[in-house]
Design a protein around this ligand. Structure first.
Ligand code: UDP
Length: 362
């Protein structure tokens, strides 16, 4: 069986790493399965791409479509044009896409129109928020896939509601958590740990990159000043995403607690998360990782496509303004961590389940 695996952006690289390992394990067992890795080039900064390939031992891509940045439509179109050529020149039995970025949707459409089967890993999650580009990517990808691999039974329900037949839906768990378990003993102190005199469980990690939070410069600045004043006892480590950096420009804001750093590699970032007091973020993936690590996570969004991180895990939605965050954070300081657990099948074996299912059904 020949699989073309697509990855375009930072969270994709983290998700494909264990899937590739699961395929290679089968190859060593003598099973006839091969893969071709296609990097669309959606994220191309070293800190968002190469670093993850190196740290997670992902083989170099067989092909890089080098689409780079652009508006939603320009980028999606560029990926589709380049990926069609890629598939015409390199045939395969199945295209596997992960997550909800533009590459996920664009490559699923191209494959399907060439009558190639599509597997979607992390299918069925929904925020209900159609202003999120990711929500559109999820809905379109899930309307044409052949295999739906889900992280929760709630995602299964969503797919059934959309009319997807039961046989195509496979609740397998979370590949992002496979990567976390595979690397938890390799996480490492970031280079700036001593310089900033960080102490275990005494700093906050803060990330922000969603258009709704960062695209308006004024409100972004207000929000950052609010976060800076949130807790005078704690430093706030802020790995600044290139999108956020571009909006802030060269402007130097005068922070008391926030320390801006470059986007971190996976191993340093997970070290920072694992030893933090709390996390404030608008990322979906980080709310899953903090759930497994038992670190309180405050998500600066009005909705989440990952409700299990709230219902079972450590995640609390705090909206997009500073007032609600300040209120919720104060009561957290008073009451401490709430009890949490790990969602079903988030056990580090998801990628193996996916490959077993694909091998049995082909
Ligand atoms: N991440 C990282 N370094 C950073 C920030 C994030 O390694 O400086 C990892 C994080 O642990 C998570 C993934 O990147 O696994 C999430 O990516 P992002 O927030 O860009 O995407 P989202 O989850 O919102 O789709």
């Amino acid at each position: 069986m020949k699989i073309t695996i697509v990855a375009g952006a930072r969270p994709n690289f983290i998700k494909i790493a264990p899937i590739i390992q699961a395929i290679e394990k089968k190859q060593h067992e003598g099973v006839s399965i091969s893969y071709r890795l296609v990097h669309t080039g959606q994220h191309y900064d070293k800190s968002l791409s190469d670093t993850f390939f190196e740290e997670l031992n992902i083989p170099l891509p067989n092909s890089n479509l080098e689409v780079k940045s652009g508006s939603q439509s320009v980028q999606t179109a560029a990926i589709m044009i380049a990926f069609e050529q890629e598939l015409l020149q390199n045939s395969c039995d199945l295209v596997l896409v992960v997550g909800d970025v533009n590459s996920t949707m664009a490559c699923a459409i191209v494959a399907k129109k060439l009558n190639i089967k599509v597997a979607h890993v992390e299918a069925g999650i929904r925020s209900g928020d159609m202003t999120m580009p990711e929500e559109i990517n999820r809905i379109v990808t899930d309307s044409i896939s052949d295999y739906y691999f889900t992280t929760s039974l709630w995602a299964n329900e969503n797919l059934l509601k959309y009319g997807i037949s039961k046989e195509k839906i496979h609740f397998v768990g979370n590949v992002m958590i496979d990567t976390l378990y595979q690397n938890i003993n390799r996480i490492k102190k970031p280079v700036f740990w001593d310089e900033y005199q960080l102490e275990f469980e005494n700093y906050i990690i803060f990330t922000l990159h969603r258009p709704s939070n960062v695209d308006d410069e004024q409100s972004l600045q207000q929000l950052l000043l609010g976060i800076d004043a949130l807790d005078s006892d704690k430093k706030v480590i802020f790995p600044v995403h290139p999108r956020t950096k571009a909006i802030l420009g060269e402007k130097k804001l005068n922070f008391k607690n926030i320390i801006c750093v470059e986007p971190q590699g996976y191993l340093a970032f997970m070290y920072l998360i694992n030893n933090s007091f709390a996390v404030i973020t608008d990322s979906g993936g980080i709310s899953e990782e903090t759930t497994v690590l038992g670190i309180p996570c405050f998500t600066m969004r009005e909705n989440t496509e990952r409700p299990e991180t709230q219902l079972i895990g450590t995640n609390t939605l705090v909206g997009i303004g500073i007032e609600k965050l300040t209120q919720i954070y104060s009561s957290f300081l008073k009451n401490g961590k709430r009890e949490s657990g790990i969602p079903e099948l988030w056990d580090g074996k998801t990628s193996e389940r996916i490959i077993d299912i694909l091998l049995h059904q082909n």
